[in-house]
Design a protein around this ligand. Structure first.
Ligand code: KIV
Ligand code: ZN
Length: 524
């Protein structure tokens, strides 16, 4: 069996393998955590998208991480499923256990190789690091056929030592060698030269596939990744929407569309079905509650919008004047169905298909009921309204706490009051609270019903469309014991959207804690 679900033989030098790490490096960034069910949904979309390898998590990090990696390994049909592991026996064995049911399992083990990391983080001599590379890769190879080894902080590693480390890993059986730009420090020319140097100096370099892994601290992650490929790497590690530690990782959609649009200068092929890029972007944004910036390349809401008169005039005469790729090629459909209060179930189903959603019968029914309610309250229902509503439904579908009813008294005379009913694990609980403003009153009521120590870090509102009857989309970020989570809620009533967003974030906090605390809440 070959590892990659390649349409081309591995010997073809121009095939570039797409290694998605949305569920590991992406999920690792503060506030982007996903629930078990959300991870499975993302894994399904990544598999349909055609990624070659999916890094599903870091199995030793927690029982939750282990369970999601194991379940993803069982259900993914096409991609190779990979887990991350440090260079220790315990890590490698735990990782092997999690990925073992995958069609093509991979263990990804790493250790730092730069002077600053070895001295201060690992507090290890370079010779000890080489020993651990050999032992961890050997142990991983005893479990699985495909083993990736990464030189953490590779771009700040001394060249001689990097070559020795890479040679050691390949000798021990590594099939992929990743040289990450862990701190987003390198530049395109330098990164390309690094791969050329390692590939020419390491005697057994031809026995492994080289991989790029770039962080975006200087905004160079995509450019650096492509430069690394020009230097001979044939695997790219990236995430949907570029989510990841700090400024994020290289964005999968940007890399793939750059290669497709500029195939004249980037003659590399991959297996990605680009028509699913928009769908993948929306799902990841919905489940992480990380908004996609409006002007984000490929998947931003303005990526294909032509506002200025000159541009619109050119586009009407010939789309090639200002369009280097079509919206359809990334899954953005030209709107055909206009939705309103007379639209029926069939039209709604077609509209969802047009927008790239497949909710299943149950999900469709729930979303349709919410759409009808919205259409009764709003003159025009735009595509953006439906996207906000469906994303809200996806993000909140598996929640144990739900907003059932909310009444708020607001205005110039305080204190403002909120009467809130929550469904907590199937039991209705009501509380009335006051606050310094209606949002504060609502959050106080939620707090009384679900005692917790989470701190509110961000409260953000934006209007989904124009007009005073526009839906509000609220993002709330909470932190507790080092866990940072985000929740999102949408509703024409800003205060209802606020309650939904807070509760959505809270559900993630409780999911991280396990069942205990929520049972305490239910018995209030
Ligand atoms: O950025 C990095 O160095 C990583 C490694 C674990 C591959 O994510
Ligand atoms: Zn990384």
């Amino acid at each position: 069996m070959t590892e990659q679900n390649s349409t081309q033989p591995p010997s073809n030098q121009d095939r570039v393998f797409i290694f998605d790490t949305t569920l590991r490096d992406g999920e690792q960034c503060p506030g982007a955590s996903m629930t078990f069910e959300e991870k499975l949904e993302v894994a399904d979309v990544l598999d349909a998208l055609g990624v070659d390898i999916m890094e599903a998590g870091f199995p030793i990090a927690s029982q939750g991480d282990f369970d999601s990696v194991a379940e993803i390994a069982r259900r993914v049909k096409n991609a190779s499923v990979c887990g991350l592991s440090r260079a220790s026996v315990k890590d490698v064995d735990r990782c092997a256990e999690a990925v073992r049911h995958a069609r093509v399992p991979r263990i990804h083990t790493f250790i730092s190789t730069s002077p600053v990391h070895m001295k201060y983080k690992l507090q290890m001599e370079p010779e000890k690091v080489l020993e651990l590379i050999a032992s961890s890769v050997t142990r991983a190879r005893n479990h699985v056929e495909f083993v990736e080894w990464s030189a953490e902080d590779g771009t700040r590693t001394e060249h001689d030592f990097l070559c020795r480390a890479v040679e050691t890993a390949i000798d021990a059986g590594a099939t992929t060698i990743n040289i990450p730009d862990t701190v987003g420090y390198t530049t395109p020319d330098e990164y390309r030269a690094l791969f050329e140097m390692v590939r020419s100096r390491v005697p057994n370099a031809d026995k492994a596939i080289f991989s790029v892994h770039c962080h975006n601290d200087l905004g160079l992650a995509v450019a650096n990744s492509i430069a690394g490929v020009k230097g001979g790497a044939r695997q790219i590690e990236c995430t949907i929407n570029g989510i990841g530690e700090r400024a994020g990782n290289a964005a999968l959609e940007e890399i793939v569309m750059a290669m497709r649009t500029r195939a004249d200068t980037l003659p590399y092929v991959n297996n990605i079905d680009t028509k699913l890029l928009t769908r993948a972007s929306k799902l990841v944004s919905a489940v992480t509650s990380f908004p996609v910036q409006y002007n984000k390349a490929i998947v931003g809401r303005n990526a294909f919008a032509h506002e200025s008169g000159i541009h619109q005039d050119g586009m009407l005469k010939n789309a090639h004047t200002y369009e280097i790729m079509t919206p359809e090629s990334v899954g953005v459909q030209k709107t055909s169905l206009v939705m309103g209060k007379h639209s029926g179930r069939h039209a709604f189903r077609e509209k969802l298909k047009e927008l790239g959603y497949d909710l299943g019968e149950n999900g469709l029914e729930i979303a349709f009921t919410r759409f009808k309610d919205l259409a009764d309250r709003k003159k025009i229902v735009y595509d953006e309204d439906i996207v906000a509503l469906v994303d809200d439904e996806i993000a909140n579908a598996h929640e144990r706490i739900k907003v059932v009813e909310l009444t708020v008294v607001a205005g110039t005379k305080g204190p403002q009051k909120a009467a809130l009913t929550l469904d907590v694990d199937g039991e209705l609980k009501t509380h009335q609270a006051t606050g310094n403003g209606p949002v504060d009153a609502i959050f106080n009521a939620i707090h009384a019903l679900t005692p917790h120590d989470a701190r509110l870090e961000l409260y953000q509102v934006h209007a989904v469309t124009e007009g005073t009857d526009a839906q509000a989309e609220v993002t709330v970020r909470l932190s507790e014991d080092g866990n940072v989570v985000s929740g999102r809620g949408a509703d024409p009533d800003t205060l209802v959207a606020s309650a939904r967003a807070y509760v959505s974030a809270l559900n993630k906090i409780f999911a991280k804690r396990g069942r205990g605390p929520l049972e305490a809440v239910a018995s209030l």
